[in-house]
Design a protein around this ligand. Structure first.
Ligand code: BG6
Length: 481
């Protein structure tokens, strides 16, 4: 499905996200014929570069994707302007380049530090680039706490209306996350069981093998809770836990997610030490190579920033009362794996002898990456004579195998959703606020306690306290996939 011609302006155009994710995503859409020839992509950063210099940078970043001929055609649609959000220079020229045709879709993607969001939006407003079919995309994290998020949202809101504002959380663009909606609401099978009566607990894991690398200056001010939990992981939790929306209309979905965020039980200084574990990696082995610890990578031995979080969340409503949602995420863990695992309660009575509790529990696992897919773990009889031997086996569906297609990157879907003006998979202002409202007291309690994060060896599953967190409840982290 093609879209009308558009201009997409990326602030932070030479940054990590632009080069690693946004431009490759746009190039893939281009290869699929979804970027009309007269559309323009404009990179903005402070570096003094011209179009040719920027194209040369992109060429290097994108050359692996496809043959050079098509890349060159794509790059003809890419431009560059050096701009500093805090200086006047160059803005007249930029505004003239973008023009003021009200019907023409103009997307301003702010892939910069959130401290610059307000300056950039104010300038865009000054040049009336916010009018007509203009949209702004705000990259996460929006602020570093509730107060700074409000400040940003207020200031951006003076220039762009809520319907023009797309707060991106790229996890919502991941194929499996959308599939969760379809699994839950396109099948009669799960929804009757999708509650505290039948679900024992939920685990959400987002594990990465990478360290913070050259993103240290951003990361050290953020940490895993702000970087991953307040946004990506809470959004996943919402998709698992929300009530059925009446349709896929943007507000129908977002209203339901918001109710989940409002129902999260507070974690604060009274319970933070029982419900959360923070860690920081030390030197070890990751992806088969020796890697330095976080303090060495950062060049700062005193950093108290966490690179790992495990926590136990609970949702105080009728559907979920008493069902723990265990979340864990970290850098430099043994493998790159993101999944949602929903474990059902044991059968009430075993007819096979022994205690019902000894029968393996059904589990539905949605793999976000790598190898996106769904597994449903069932108990069956081991084939053949020799008595009733029970086996726990997965019905396993890999999307790549089943459909023979490479899954598109989340940004491909989301960037085109912005161009089309569809905000269903973007966060509304009140969602961001509710997420900070819950995350803020955790951050405050950690800061007050003054306790440093627990060290863990790179290439391990985090501090042993994370294992203890779930084992205290008689459960273990899912390792079967
Ligand atoms: C980003 C975080 O939002 O998500 C990064 O800032 C993290 O720290 C990344 O590495 C993970 O995304 P993905 O799609 O690779 O799981």
């Amino acid at each position: 499905q093609s879209v009308d011609p558009f201009d997409l302006v990326i602030f932070g155009g030479t940054g990590d996200l632009a080069l690693r994710k946004l431009l490759p995503a746009l190039f893939h859409r281009f290869l699929d014929g979804q970027i009309p020839g007269s559309s323009r992509i404009v990179g903005i950063a402070r570096e003094t570069l011209d179009d040719a210099g920027y194209r040369a940078q992109l060429r290097e970043a994108l050359i692996g994707i496809c043959d050079a001929r098509q890349l060159d055609v794509f790059l003809q649609q890419v431009f560059y302007r050096p701009l500093d959000a805090r200086k006047d220079e160059g803005w007249d020229d930029f505004a003239a380049l973008i023009g003021s045709e009200p019907e023409h879709v103009r997307v301003f993607y702010l892939s910069t530090s959130p401290e610059l969001f307000v300056d950039i939006c104010t300038r865009l407003g000054h040049y009336k680039l916010n009018e007509g079919a203009s949209r702004v995309v705000l990259e996460k994290p929006i602020g570093r706490d509730l107060a700074s998020a409000n400040q940003i949202n207020d200031a951006v809101g003076k220039v762009f209306s809520e319907s023009q504002t797309f707060r991106i959380d790229h996890y919502l663009g991941k194929e499996t996350v959308q599939n969760l909606l379809v699994l839950r609401f396109g099948n009669a099978l799960f929804e009757p069981l999708w509650n505290a009566g039948h679900i024992d607990h939920v685990q959400i894991t987002v594990a990465e093998t990478l360290g913070v690398g050259h993103r240290g200056s951003y990361y050290d001010r953020a940490g895993a809770l702000r970087d991953m939990v307040q946004n990506h992981m809470l959004q996943l939790l919402c998709m698992v836990a929300m009530e059925p929306p009446s349709s896929l209309a943007p507000d129908a979905v977002r209203d339901e997610k918001l109710k989940v965020l409002h129902s999260l039980k507070p974690i604060d200084e009274s319970n933070v030490s029982q419900l959360t574990v923070r860690g920081q990696y030390r030197a070890g082995v990751a992806d088969g190579a020796s890697v330095p610890g976080y303090p060495e990578e950062l060049g700062n031995n005193k950093s108290n920033t966490e690179t790992f979080v495990a926590l136990k969340a609970e949702i105080a409503n009728w559907r979920w009362a008493g069902v723990p949602f265990y979340l864990r995420t970290g850098k430099r863990l043994p493998s790159r794996v993101s999944e949602i695992a929903v474990t059902f309660k044991p059968v009430p009575h075993s007819i096979f002898g022994g205690d019902a509790g000894t029968l393996a529990q059904n589990r539905l696992v949605l793999r976000l990456q790598p190898d996106e897919g769904v597994k449903l773990w069932l108990t069956i009889k081991h084939p053949g004579p020799g008595g009733l031997r029970l086996r726990h086996v997965p019905l396993d569906m890999s999307f790549a195998e089943a459909f023979g297609v490479q899954q598109p990157d989340a940004y491909e879907r989301l960037l085109l959703d912005v161009v089309r003006g569809n905000p269903t998979l973007f966060m509304r202002r009140d969602e961001v606020e509710a997420a900070w409202h819950w995350a803020g007291p955790i951050l405050a309690a950690w800061a007050d306690s003054g306790e440093p994060p627990r060290p863990y060896t790179a290439g391990s599953w985090g501090p042993s306290a994370a294992v203890a967190l779930i084992e205290r409840d008689g459960r273990t982290w899912n390792e079967d996939g």
